[in-house]
Design a protein around this ligand. Structure first.
Ligand code: HEM
Length: 155
């Protein structure tokens, strides 16, 4: 299946056109800046940094983070087609995708917990210890996604 994917006209265009790959990789970096930027700021706030920012401020921002993820899913899939056999056998690539999936699952969990904690808090949101623990795990997965992603080209 991955050999067939590499033989498709879109995969050949991504792999052989002068501008396709660098443009898609640039779009990929923009997408990760948005999704990882928002979720890592949220996680650091939930861990107690930047006390001047109300945690509830991150609830509407998750929509923008999802747009960043969609940009990365589309640009990433196109990048993937050009060397599908190589990437599917690449430990850094598989590790990165695992981190991205874990990061998005944790983002959903944090979003619903934060919505609940904002609702019950009278003045200023009190973030529970378990939500802080999940935020720490989330931060680690996104750092892992970036490091593993960067290593794809080297290992
Ligand atoms: C939010 C989600 C994602 C993040 C944070 C992310 C992060 C990264 C990073 C940091 C790189 C290295 C860029 C560089 O070397 O300059 C990368 C490369 C790559 N990503 Fe993603 N990625 C995400 C989603 C995806 C998805 C869903 C796919 C496709 C299945 C994908 C496929 C790729 C491929 C094929 C490369 C290798 C590019 C290369 O080094 O030639 N990514 N990604």
């Amino acid at each position: 299946m991955f050999e067939w994917l590499e033989s498709t006209s879109v995969a050949i265009w991504v792999g052989e056109s002068l501008w396709a790959y660098p443009s898609l990789l640039s779009l990929h970096i923009v997408g990760l800046a948005v999704v990882v930027g928002i979720f890592s700021m949220r996680d650091m706030r939930l861990l107690g940094l930047f006390p001047g920012i109300e945690p509830a401020a991150f609830l509407p921002l998750s929509k923008l983070a999802v747009i960043g993820f969609i940009i990365n899913a589309i640009s990433g899939m196109l990048l993937f087609t050009s060397q599908a056999v190589t990437f599917v056998n690449s430990t850094p690539f598989l590790s990165k995708i695992s981190c991205v999936i874990a990061g998005m699952v944790l983002a959903g969990i944090i979003q619903s917990r934060l919505r609940g904690e904002v609702a019950i808090s009278k003045a200023g949101t009190t973030v529970s210890g378990s939500t802080k623990l999940i935020a720490l795990a989330s931060l680690a997965t996104w750092v892992g996604a970036i490091v593993a992603g960067r290593l794809i080209a080297y290992i």
